[in-house]
Design a protein around this ligand. Structure first.
Ligand code: KG4
Ligand code: ZN
Length: 335
């Protein structure tokens, strides 16, 4: 039949993004306008600044996505838009834009939860079906989620304090590296010794699939502070490699626990930290040893983008699960 063409819109944080997807996993365009250069000056995302930039950018970004896809708004089957979690002022820009378009063109609107979007980034490679386990590792979230069917999510574990990406960003900041710190630490870690420092691993207990990264973060900060007090040098490379080894080991072993506990042996990784090369290598190795499959999005689809939002909207479109035009942005929307 007629192809399903979905426009995705993502404005939950510091990227304004629009994407056109055909039949759920064929990316016709994926335009990401990053505000990182603007927020770098402040060492993090300034919500008010982010909202204003989305307002300025969203129209151009959507038009560019349609042009690159060779489509017009009349070709669209539906619009999928992130409505939470995120910065509420930022989310409202995308939600309002989607509503206006869907009202004017009488097409269905599908509100997408941002983390579901990150999980669905894995579906853009094709051939992916639930049931699966998702290791969610972003700037705001660190969770192990069981997804028995499309749009259904059960939490097996979550962080009790900092998210993994947040820990990366805070440690990077303490080392004097620019925002966002994750990619910088990932790069430095390749050159350092992962055993230079024995940083703590928070196992919590033998069964738990919960995470805790604040103790690790404090240990890293204390190590640098104490070395400075004593006038001893420390190397960014060794701190990065040792910190990353601690984060990755816990993420990998708790994922193995989840596989053993549920018997679900299909794992996808989601969120910005899924781009981490140390995590990708270690999880792939353990998956082979233990005997489960693991899938990562391509690098460009790990961080925030609208293609993943359109991909998550697709199964909802097929089920006819649409939102009314009174859809609101929800800062703390859960999966
Ligand atoms: O998913 P995302 O783009 O935004 C949120 O929804 O939070 O994730 C951003 C986070 C930041 O904390 C960033 O430092 C981290 O992902 N990140 C990485 C890497 N690339 C991005 N962390 C570790 N290694 C990376 N290569
Ligand atoms: Zn995200």
């Amino acid at each position: 039949g007629k192809p399903v063409v979905i426009l995705g819109i993502e404005t939950s944080c510091d990227e304004t993004s629009a994407s056109v997807i055909r039949d759920g996993n064929e990316i016709l365009s994926n335009v990401v306008s990053s505000q990182i250069e603007i927020h770098k000056r402040f060492g993090g995302v300034v919500p008010e600044v982010a909202s204003r930039r989305h307002v300025e950018n969203v129209n151009d970004v959507v038009e560019e996505a349609l042009t690159q896809a060779g489509m017009t708004i009349d070709d669209l089957s539906a619009v999928g838009v992130t409505y939470g979690p995120g910065l509420v002022g930022a989310l409202l820009v995308g939600v309002s834009w989607a509503k206006a378009l869907c009202w004017a063109k009488s097409i269905p609107m599908i509100g997408v939860q941002h983390i579901a979007g990150h999980i669905y980034a894995n579906f853009l490679s094709g051939g992916m079906e639930p049931p699966l386990l998702a290791l969610v590792v972003s700037g705001g979230h660190t969770e192990i989620v069981h997804m028995p069917a499309h749009g259904e999510f059960e939490f097996l574990g979550r962080t009790r304090d900092d998210a993994a990406g947040e820990a990366y960003d805070k440690v990077a900041r303490a080392m004097g590296l620019p925002y966002p710190g994750g990619p910088q630490i990932d790069r430095l870690a390749l050159e350092g010794n992962p055993e230079a420092y024995a940083f703590p691993r928070a196992w919590i207990d033998d069964e738990s699939m919960d995470f805790s990264f604040s103790g690790l973060k404090s240990a890293v900060l204390n190590t640098m502070h104490n070395a400075e007090q004593r006038g001893e040098p420390w190397k960014q490379e060794d701190i990065s490699a040792s910190f990353q080894a601690a984060v990755v080991e816990v993420l990998v072993e708790k994922t193995v626990r989840a596989v053993r506990k549920t018997g679900v042996n299909n794992v996808v990784v989601a969120g910005g930290v899924a781009a981490n090369r140390g995590l990708r290598a270690a999880l792939a190795k353990r998956a082979e040893e233990v005997g489960f499959s693991v899938h990562f999005p391509t690098f460009d689809l790990c961080t925030d983008n609208a293609a993943m939002i359109a991909a998550a909207a697709f199964p909802m479109y097929e089920k006819g699960r649409f939102h009314d035009l009174d859809l609101n942005a929800i800062a703390s929307l859960s999966l």
